[in-house]
Ligand binder design. Structure first.
Ligand code: ITT
Length: 201
C-alpha cells in the first residue's frame, strides 16, 4: 500500500537551468518520485542575500504555484581573489555560460591566487508553504587559466576540483556527483527525503 502511494509522488524541480535539471534527474533516479521540470513561464525573483534564502524562495513559490512538492537549488561559484564574487550573483554575471566564463577569466587574468569553491543550497517545500528540508553542499577547487573539458554546464570547464587535477567538465557525471557541491548536498538530503516520502504522503 505504502509503495503504491510513494510511486505517485510528483516532485517539481524548481529550475530553468537544464544542466541542474539533468543532474537532479540522475540523482533522483532511484527515488519513488516522478521528476517534473517547473513550467517555463513560472519565474521567481531571487531577492535573497544567501544561497539558502534563494533556494527557499524558489522552492516555496514553485510548490505553491504547482500544488506539488518542489525541490529548488541555488548555487554558485565564490572566488577568493574576488572577495567571494560572483557568489549568489553567479547566473547574473553575464548573459550566457561562455560570457560568464570569459568575464571570470578576464577578472582573474593577473591573479595568482586561484582558490574558489562552489556552493549549493537545496530546499524542498510543500504547497502549503512548508519548508520540508534544507541542506548545503560545498566543493573546493581552483579557477583554471583556460577552459578544459566538454562535459557538464555553466562554469564547469574553468573549475578544477581540489586534489583531482580535473575540471568538472573533464570528469564523468558520476565523479562530479560524488565530489561536487550538488551531489554532496544531495547526499545529506537523501535519507531525509526517503523518510518524508514514506511518512508524509
Ligand atoms: P535556476 O535559478 O532556475 O535554478 P540559474 O542558472 O539561474 O537557474 P542559480 O541562480 O542558482 O541558477 O545560479 C547558479 C549559477 O551558477 C548559474 O550560472 C550556473 O550555471 C552556475 N552553476 C551552478 N552549479 C554549477 C555547476 O555544478 N557547474 C557549473 N556551473 C554551475
Amino acid at each position: 500500500m505504502i509503495k503504491k502511494k510513494i510511486a505517485e509522488k510528483q516532485l517539481i524541480i524548481a529550475s530553468s537551468n537544464g544542466g541542474k535539471v539533468k543532474e537532479f534527474r540522475q540523482l533522483l533516479q532511484n527515488f519513488p518520485v516522478v521528476v517534473i521540470s517547473k513550467p517555463r513561464e513560472l519565474q521567481v525573483d531571487e531577492t535573497g542575500k544567501t544561497f539558502a534564502e534563494n533556494a527557499r524562495l524558489k522552492a516555496l513559490a514553485v510548490a505553491k504555484a504547482t500544488g506539488h512538492w518542489s525541490l529548488a537549488d541555488d548555487s554558485g561559484l565564490s572566488v577568493d581573489a574576488l572577495a567571494g564574487a560572483p557568489g549568489v550573483l553567479s547566473s547574473r554575471y553575464a548573459d550566457s555560460d561562455s560570457g560568464r566564463i570569459a568575464r571570470l577569466l578576464s577578472e582573474m587574468a593577473t591573479s595568482k591566487d586561484r582558490r574558489a569553491h562552489f556552493s549549493a543550497a537545496l530546499c524542498i517545500a510543500s504547497p502549503n508553504n512548508e519548508v520540508l528540508l534544507e541542506v548545503m553542499g560545498r566543493c573546493e577547487g581552483f579557477i583554471t587559466n583556460a577552459p578544459r573539458g566538454h562535459g557538464g554546464f555553466g562554469y564547469d570547464p574553468i573549475f578544477e576540483v581540489e586534489s583531482t587535477g580535473l575540471t568538472f567538465a573533464e570528469m564523468g557525471h558520476k565523479k562530479k556527483q560524488e565530489l561536487g557541491h550538488r551531489g554532496r548536498a544531495f547526499a545529506l538530503l537523501e535519507p531525509v527525503l526517503q523518510s518524508l516520502l514514506t511518512f508524509r504522503q
